[in-house]
Design a protein around this ligand. Sequence first.
Ligand code: ADP
Ligand code: MG
Length: 452
Amino acid sequence: QWSRVRGRLQEEIGEVEYRNWLRQAVLHGLDGDEVTVMLPTRFLRDWVNKEYGNLLTAFWQAENPAVRRVDIRTRPAGTSERAPDLAEVEPKTAIARPAAAARREAEERPDMSAPLDPRFTFDTFVVGKPNEFAYACARRVADGHASPGFNPLFLYGGVGLGKTHLMHAIAWELSQRSDEVTVAYMSAEKFMHKFVSALRRQSTIEFKNELRSVDVLMVDDLQFLIGKDGTQEEFFHTFNALVDSGKQIIVSADKSPSDLSGIEDRLRTRLGCGMVADVHATTYELRLAILEAKAARAGVVVPGRVMEFLAQKITANVRELEGALNRLIAHANLFERPVTLETAHEVLHDLLRAYDRKITIEEIQKQVAEHYNIRVSEMSSARRARNIARPRQIAMYLAKQLTSRSLPEIGRKFGNRDHTTVMHAVSKVTELIEADPDFAEDVELLRRILTV
Ligand code: ADP
Ligand code: MG
């Protein structure tokens, strides 16, 4: 029953949401008319209760009419301290594919490596300007022809932009190429847990040997090790041992090695020694291409206008974009209705509202000033030093983009400047965005902060 309920939930809310929120839900018991479901954290519990409580109850009742109440609780001590987003950090597990296949695979794989998501292959990865370099590096390493200059391969970028996808793709490719190559993929968090439990069991030698026996070691979300000095130290030694014997290391993080403060200097230095590839925020074109690929793969007809609308609106990251598309598709399937712009508005109402939230010029000024570490008052000051004028121009640009204010209105809010000044700022920033990916990323980041 529980597995059917889970299946229906997954269908209803889409894989991405399911994975984010409900993957860790376990059935605790069915007692008379009450079902108890456990989640690992209070945060997850509250969220699931609020967002999916009714659905859970409804699906349970459909399975078993005796059920009156679904009680959602947290798992008892030990696991209750875990952070809510561990569902993300932990590599995606087998939910998406048939349980039997997943089990088989888990048995075949050495315990060292976490399961790989079968959907995360090079075939399903859509390449565009923002990720082409990272993609090319990943391909190189997966081909097995990478020079020592690619060791380690360090992939970095914001959440949901495809780092884990690329790592899994490399692992799939390598293991397909040869049975001989042993690949271990794990999150940095898993690395730490393994290390800590080896310490506890006094089996660190086995741990070390096991790790050092692999040909390719991948550690995802290395930022997790910030401030965890003991584990960093262990990782550092593993790293050196592997690289010295010509094994490949692939690491991902949310920042570049030099920006990973809280990671020991000598480790950061070594991390930056190989190939460092940045996965940039998506562009409209890439988002559209991803939607097209996903819809085609799902075998669902989604009108071009709907995809354009989604690509325009849902800019935060690919995961969210994918989630939105999945929701639309699930909805269309459930009600046997085609996907239209109207249903998109209706189904994604909550998501879109967050994006549409009215943003004020004051908010933009405050956020931009904070980001560039200048005073808000400088937004209206007459100073023209670059370190002040540039943020001011960015704020004007964002004001034009994110609010419906006219150029003269915007000018007035920036110390009574003329509308031509605003116009100039908009075109200057547009030009810089096109010319300089780092700058573009910065502006995108600000936009993201302002629109959530
Ligand atoms: P990250 O590890 O950078 O946080 P993920 O690799 O988990 O991000 O990607 C989030 C989701 O977006 C995954 O489902 C992934 O398949 C999808 N995704 C990201 N980038 C792409 C891309 N270029 N093409 C296709 N799917 C993508
Ligand atoms: Mg990831």
